[in-house]
Design a binder for this molecule. Structure first.
Ligand code: B12
Ligand code: SF4
Ligand code: SF4
Length: 365
């Protein structure tokens, strides 16, 4: 095993590259206590088939010689209100939707990916001999929050997010799985970060869809983030109303978390909000053509929903906000016109959600 000084060297290098946190765990620590298996058996993954990948339960199936996992985190908390405050601030004005904080800037996969590659390049120059490594952000078969917890970056909280005592939970995670046998960064304390949720249950009570079915457990099929980003089909009708104004992702269970009240802001340019994405006007979102969507969101996390997904979500939110439009005003007529166009779309998903929203406008004519 490499001496602790080598782990400290990696952590210092990660900090030089701009990561806010970095820690190291041994691969044995990634064995989960059976929670993932039970979670999948309960059907909580919904349509996210990739979560059934057997490699998720055993990282040595990803990299047979894997010995250590290096976990890095980057703060994406820009100096803007949280969705629960913004909802009150924008009430009464032009109807708007809410895009999740993580998607306001450039796609984080690219930003973290570049930084992890730089860290790997520095490690290649530093550690001699043959050794292997694989870097993952989000899309690899690795339970990143479990890895981050074991590496001492924070605890897996009741809202299921990884929270760091000083930085809160507005953190992206990236991991490097490696055959290097490194001293774990929690070796001195001999334990991963302590759970500081205590008796609090603000997140569970605030979740509008009841997706946090018990502390630490989410039924993703009910989570607005899943419904607006991952689900490719029709949004179940009983969950449309509780979606409120969320057009892409959801931050509510993090907005209400006391550990985010003093979370520091980042001034990192790629994470700053792009024009129009902070509480975007619904009329603008609904007016987007497929070509405009592709152009505007080419380097954005919003691309994942695709045009039809974003329009489906915007129609749902329009339906939820129908009462905010006074009937027969020019804004009301304009929105009804656009929803009628979309209801005639060749795409059945878009057409169905637009018709659903339109019924909420015309139903009160
Ligand atoms: C699938 C996925 C989703 C799904 C499901 C989320 C979920 N909670 O499982 C959906 C689409 C809903 C989602 C939403 C979001 N996601 Co997401 N998502 C992932 C992904 C790809 C896999 C997560 C996973 O494996 N889920 C399966 C569950 C079972 O695993 P788990 O959450 O680790 O669960 C553990 C605990 O729940 C625990 N557990 C389970 N049952 C029990 C019972 C008890 C009693 C106990 C004690 C523990 C326990 O053990 C489980 C296994 O370790 C990861 C990236 C990755 N590769 O890890 C990103 C990731 C977790 N997501 C991330 C982000 C940023 C988000 C959103 C904030 C985006 C948004 N604003 O909309 C939301 C946050 C919602 C939330 N409250 O979690 C970040 C999280 C950063 C952080 N600080 O935690 C990650 C790590 C991506 C990244 N690289 O940065 N996500
Ligand atoms: S992200 Fe939103 S819908 Fe999902 S668990 Fe948190 S509060 Fe509930
Ligand atoms: S809101 Fe409370 S219970 Fe939920 S994650 Fe934050 S501290 Fe934990």
């Amino acid at each position: 095993m490499y001496a602790a000084a080598e782990s400290e060297w990696i952590i210092a290098k990660a900090s030089e590259l701009g990561f806010d946190l970095c820690g190291i765990a041994a691969v044995e620590e990634l064995a989960d206590a059976g929670h993932l298996k039970e979670w999948l058996e309960r059907g909580y993954a919904g349509r996210m088939q990739y979560l059934h990948d057997p490699r998720r339960a055993d990282v040595t199936r990803v990299l047979p010689d894997a010995r250590s996992v290096i976990v890095c985190a980057l703060n994406y908390n820009t100096a803007n209100p949280v969705s629960t405050e913004a909802a009150a601030q924008t009430a009464g004005g032009e109807p708007r939707g809410w895009i999740s904080r993580y998607a306001w800037g450039d796609d984080y996969h690219v930003i973290l990916g570049n930084k992890l590659e730089q860290l790997l390049a520095a490690m290649r120059a530093h550690f001699s001999g043959p050794w292997q490594a694989r870097a993952y952000i989000d899309t690899g078969p690795i339970a990143e929050r479990l890895a981050a917890h074991q590496a001492g970056l924070g605890w897996q909280a009741k809202n299921t997010c990884l929270i760091n005592e000083k930085l809160g939970s507005w953190l992206f995670l990236g991991v490097i799985l490696t055959s290097l046998e490194l001293t774990p960064s929690n070796a001195a304390s001999a334990a991963p970060a302590t759970d500081l949720c205590g008796n609090c249950r603000l997140c569970l009570d605030a979740c509008p869809t009841g997706a946090l079915v018990e502390p630490y457990v989410m039924d993703a099929r009910r989570c607005i983030s899943y419904l607006t980003i991952e689900l490719r089909e029709s949004i179940p009708e009983e969950l449309r109303g509780p979606m409120g104004w969320q057009v892409f992702g959801c931050d509510i269970c993090q907005d209400v978390c006391p550990w985010n009240r003093k979370a520091p802001f980042t001034s990192s340019p790629p994470f700053q909000e792009r024009e129009k994405l902070l509480a975007p006007e619904l009329s603008w979102l609904l007016s987007l053509t497929e070509a405009e969507f592709s152009r505007i969101f080419s380097r954005s996390a919003l691309r994942r929903a695709k045009w039809r997904g974003l329009i489906r979500n915007a129609c749902t939110v329009a339906g939820n906000l129908a009462d905010n439009y006074a009937a027969s005003t020019p804004e009301w007529s304009q929105l009804c016109r656009r929803l009628s166009e979309l209801a005639a779309s060749a795409d059945p998903l878009v057409a169905e959600h637009a018709a659903w929203a339109l019924a909420r406008f015309t139903g009160r004519e």
